[in-house]
Structures are given as C-alpha cells and as structure tokens.
Design a protein around this ligand. Structure first.
Ligand code: TEU
Length: 585
C-alpha cells in the first residue's frame, strides 16, 4: 500500500526536454531521447521524473506558452511516445510528474483566439481584457490599463486593435493570463488535469500557481478593475528596468485573495478521490513561510509542497534579479534554516538549489574553480538532500556542471535574457555590465545540452544543437562519471539511496548546529531513536574545524563522506568543501 506521504522519501529529477537528449537528430531534445536514457535515471535512483512542458507550443518561452494542453508538440514527439514514457517509468517503479502551466496559455491557444475575436465572444472573459487608460491614445505608452511590468521586460499589457482593448500577460505578450475568476476557466483546467491523471501521469508541478488570483477593486463602469501598483519596487522581482514606470505587482498578484479557495477547489475536483500516489508541487515565487504553510498543511487539502524562492532571491538587489548583490553562505544557511523551522510542525519543504530558471548551483552557491568544483558540488548535494523535505535534482547538477561562462549575446536563446538585454541597454546600462549579469544569472546556463559523453556534441544530438554544447562537456559528462565511485554522480547515488534506506532522512526532525559559523554547515536529524549528523565545510578554506561540543558523537559511524577512501571522524579538520554524514550511536 502506498502511504499518503510517499513523496517524503522520494527524490525528484527534473528533465528540461529541449536540452536532455535528442533521438531524431534535429538538434532539439525529445521524448525518444528521454526514453533512451531512463537506465541512467534508474541507476541514479530517482523516484519521480518531472518533465518540463512538452505540450503543443509556439515555443516563445520554450513550451511554457501552451497552445494545446491535450497534445504533445511534434518537436518533442507524440502522445504515443508520452504513453510509452509513462509505461517505461512505471515498469521501473518510477513516476511521471507533468508541468501544469495554467496561469496563462499561449496566445496561439484556441481559447485566446476566440477570446480576442470580439467583446461579446463567450470566451471573452476567460482572459483579462481591459480598456485603455482614459486620457491616453490607445496603444501608446501610458495607455495601458495598469502600470504593471512583465517579468520578461516591457509592460504587462498588450493592445489588441481588433477590439480596441488590452490583454494582460505577466510574462511575454505570447503568454496571456487566464482569468481564474471565471468558473468556466477553472472547470476547463480541472477537466484537463483529470484527463492527464486518467491517462497515467502521477501529478503536476504547477507553474507560478501563486499568481492565479489577482486583487480586484470596483471599477467606475461596474467591471472589477485591476489596480495600479505602488511605484516603489519592481514587479515579480524580475528584471524590469524602469521603476518610475512600473508599479509593484507583488501585493496585487502573488497569493491573491482567492488563491487558497482556488487551490482547495482544484484539490476537491481533481485529487481528493484518487488513491495515494500522486504528487503536487506548486511553484510559488515571492511567497512567505506563512503562505507556504497554508499551501502545504495536509489538513487544508491544497498542495503537497511548494517551491519557495527566498534562497534563490538572496543575490537579487532592490532592482530585481539582474541587480546582483553579494550573498554569503551564512545568508543561505539562515534562510534555509528559517524554512526548516517554519514548516516543521505543519507543511513540507521542496529542496532545490537549481532548475531550468536558475544558474548552476555549483557556480552560485559553491565554487566553480576547477580545484573545488567537484567537492563543492558534492557538499551542496549532501547538505540539501539531508534537509527535511523532498529533494529535486535538476539535470546535470548530478554531474556537477557549472555555469557556461557566456560572454556574447549570440550565445543566448532565452526570451527573458534577450528582452532584458534590449531593455537594459536602451535605458543606459552598459552592454558589458548587462552581459555580465546575464552570464551569471541567465537561464540558458541551465539549458545547455546535457553532456552524455566526450564527443563533439556531448552525445546530445547527431545533428546541430539548438544552443551551444557546454564548454566543459569533454571533461564533465555522464560517461566519465557513472562508473567512477569518486564522481559527483556516485555521490548523488549514495545520498538518494540513504533517503530510501533510512527513515530518519525523510521523517526526522531537523536541528541546525553552529548557526552563525560562516564556513561550517552542520545539523542533526533525529527519528525514532536514530540520529544523523551532517557536517560540511562550505568554503574553499582547508583545515576548517567544526566545534561539535554540543553533540554527543562517540562511536559515530561515517555513512557518506566526500573524500574517497577516507573515514574521518566528526571533529577531524575538514578539507575545502568536504562533507560527511554520520550515524550517531
Ligand atoms: O517561472 C516563473 C518565475 O517566477 C521565474 O523563475 C521566471 O522564470 C523568471 O526567471 C523571473 O525572472 C515559471 C517557469 O518556471 C519559467 O520557465 C517560465 O518562463 C515562467 O514561469 C512563465 O511560464
């Protein structure tokens, strides 16, 4: 029998299909490529595959702009291949979680085509249509219904001359926001979700699910109005340049007034009557611990867990993600510790350091100096996987892949980066400085082809890849690591196996040690009389000693160390980025 909370002892692996493995030589990864590589994932030991979108899409945002929720884009394969993937995963005891992108559709979706066709179309109200701001020429700057900026630069409204109104898009103009106030929209989404679950998928990762409910005020014409944002901070923490023009949308669109009502309704309509075995994880930028607890407290029947953003926003300054500010290991430790404590009594954490939207974790939180890259990748994994919560591995992180070291705009493909570059340079940021920020935090860092071997295209494709191959693919690749017990991949395998074997990893309490130590990251997990001690040196300094006097660690047994063939004790000096997991007597 499957426990309701089976996902506590599971590890999820995220596949970004475009960049994982190409089976037909067109230079773009596809379902056939994923199916061919399932043995690699099975060997790693992961339980769940989260597949970024493979639905039909014009690919303005690489599939996060869906034009048909019911079909697979030919670029990625076919519905038959998706069924095959599900069957192959299930045969291995693994599960498939699909991406659910329902804050917005593609502007090429049939719903939007209807909606934009006339003001009295039955689907008009499925999206957010609003009149131009009075006193401005429609379609000119300032005539937008509100002062909201898009997360991908420019205004969040696009003028549609067909009906003389604007539509809302918190992301690209090709991603119009659905109006969740309309019950028909919600029922259409639930029906679609039920069809996917009936087809055999095992759950959903819900894209920007915290944005579904927007704040409304009474408008002069009787129609509920979306209000202006305060002109202080920029929207969604994203890279909007002109803060004098765009108001702060966070209080207006993040965790809006009806969000928990919508999510509870979704739970009732889609999940409540299904047997355990399904996983739901919401992507929730700009969400507090208190909000996360509301989403994930099982008593409220909403979501199993959410992706919070606090730790991946630590290096963002007042102007948003491209305004990069220094971040220390202490900042990271304090932030993660707050979340551990905040969701200890009720709720559940998702544990992640990277995904398809973030730079590579080893470059951001570890060290990509060749002398430390491997060890720091292992140390970050040790610390993350031993926290209380469900770990997510982003493709390539299990190989210790660092950032790409982009120096030129023509190396980039991402709509967010390209739009930001144009907007930033137009508003006076120097091209060098702008490129520097994109190189450090651009999403394409995580989107280079997965390096499978040392061949010219890293074994990703027999054709010409849609984006360049990682410059270090010759050195850092799956073939070089799968059989090497000292590799980052082997270390991930051990961590994942430990979660499966030791209930304390999934269910134990969490107590941080040495909370203010700037180098040592140490904590104790405890469950049912079993205690684990995790100690790591998250710095490049040698000979770091952890003061563990507050823990009784006699007869500590080393379960996982990061230095091959060494069996150090808890208090022995730590090499740079060394990490250790002990069982305490
Ligand atoms: O991301 C939403 C999000 O809040 C950010 O991480 C976003 O990607 C951006 O970097 C803000 O600066 C989700 C998806 O994960 C992302 O790939 C999509 O582009 C986005 O929603 C729109 O669907």
């Amino acid at each position: 029998m499957t426990a309701r909370d089976w996902w506590k002892s599971a590890v999820v692996y995220q596949v970004y299909p475009r960049s994982f493995a190409d089976s037909n030589g067109d230079g773009v990864g596809d379902l056939g490529g994923i199916i061919e590589r399932l043995d690699y994932l099975e060997r790693l030991g992961v339980d769940v595959l989260w597949l970024s979108p493979v639905y039909r899409s014009p690919m303005a945002d690489n599939g996060y702009d869906i034009s048909d929720y019911e079909d697979v884009d030919p670029l990625f394969g076919s519905l038959a291949q998706l069924d095959e993937l599900i069957a192959e995963l299930h045969a291995r005891g693994m599960k498939l979680v699909m991406d659910l992108v329902v804050n917005h559709t593609s502007s090429a979706h049939a719903w939007f085509a209807e909606s934009r066709s006339s003001t009295d179309n039955p689907k008009r109200d499925w999206y957010w249509w609003r009149r131009p701001r009075p006193g401005f020429e429609p379609g000119t700057p300032g005539a937008e219904p509100t002062n909201w900026g898009s997360a991908f630069s420019g205004p969040a409204w696009t003028y549609d001359p067909t009906t003389g109104e604007y539509y809302l898009h918190l992301f690209a103009p090709e991603q119009p926001d659905l109006n969740w106030e309309n019950p028909e929209v919600r029922q259409a989404v639930y029906a679609m979700m039920n069809r996917w679950l009936d087809r055999g998928v095992d759950g959903f990762r819900m894209d920007v699910v915290c944005l579904l409910s927007k704040v409304l005020v009474d408008g002069p014409d009787g129609r509920p109005q979306l209000p202006d944002g305060r002109l202080e901070r920029d929207p969604l923490g994203a890279g909007v340049v002109d803060t004098s023009r765009y108001g702060d949308t966070t209080p207006l669109v993040v965790n809006g007034p009806r969000i928990h009502e919508f999510i509870q309704e979704m739970h009732r309509e889609v999940f409540a009557d299904r047997p355990p075995g399904v996983l739901t994880v919401g992507e929730t930028p700009a969400t507090t611990i208190e909000q996360a607890r509301l989403y994930t407290d099982p008593a409220r029947a909403e979501l199993d867990m959410v992706f919070q953003f606090e730790h991946v926003d630590l290096d963002s300054g007042p102007q948003g993600k491209w305004d990069i500010v220094p971040m220390t290991m202490l900042d990271l430790k304090h932030s993660l510790n707050r979340w551990q404590e905040g969701l200890a009594a009720a709720g559940w954490n998702s544990l992640y350091l990277g995904n398809h939207d973030q730079p590579r974790c080893v470059s951001r939180f570890g060290s990509d100096d060749p002398a430390h890259r491997q060890q720091s990748a292992k140390a970050l994994a040790t610390v993350l996987h031993l926290h209380r919560g469900t770990p997510y591995v982003y493709q390539g992180d299990e190989l210790g892949l660092p950032n790409a070291g982009f120096t030129r705009l023509d190396q980039l493909r991402d709509v967010e980066s390209l739009n930001y570059y144009a907007a930033a340079v137009a508003s006076g940021r120097s091209p060098e400085d702008t490129m520097g920020a994109l190189s450090r935090k651009g999403r394409d860092n995580a989107r280079l082809p997965m390096p499978w071997d040392a061949s010219a295209t890293g074994g990703f494709t027999s054709g010409s890849p849609w984006i360049e191959v990682h410059p270090l693919a010759g050195e850092i690749n799956a073939a070089a690591q799968v059989d090497d017990p000292a590799s980052v991949y082997a270390h991930y395998r051990r961590l994942i196996a430990l979660r499966h074997d030791e209930p304390v990893v999934a269910h134990g309490s969490f107590r941080m040690l040495l909370v203010d130590d700037p180098q040592v990251y140490a904590f104790v997990r405890e469950y049912d009389g079993v205690r684990l001690l995790v100690v790591a040196n998250l710095s490049s300094d040698p000979g770091v000693v952890a003061d563990l006097s507050e823990v009784a660690y006699d007869d500590a047994e080393l379960l996982i160390g990061s230095v091959q063939d060494a069996t150090p004790g808890p208090a022995d000096p730590l090499a740079p980025w060394e990490s250790r997991v002990f069982r305490l007597a």
